[in-house]
Design a protein around this ligand. Sequence first.
Ligand SMILES: [Zn+2]
Ligand SMILES: [Zn+2]
Length: 80
Amino acid sequence: MMLLWREAWIKPLSEYDLGSKICAYCNKRFNDLDFVTSCEFCGIGIMHDLCANSHINTHHGKQVNAKVDAHKDKPLHDYQ
Ligand SMILES: [Zn+2]
Ligand SMILES: [Zn+2]
């Protein structure tokens, strides 16, 4: 199993810092204390954290796989 670690520190940002009141994925307004993030693969803008997951899964599947493959150079277990 491979899990993808997303930087998980929380940084409070105001609307002004974000430059947007609306999620770039679902186009809904952000609510107070929503978890938001940006896409590391494109410049779509700020999205809800969950929307970013959907966005990355649907739009960047290949890039995620490439990233996973890049870490497969060394086998985790050497049974030989
Ligand atoms: Zn959203
Ligand atoms: Zn993206």
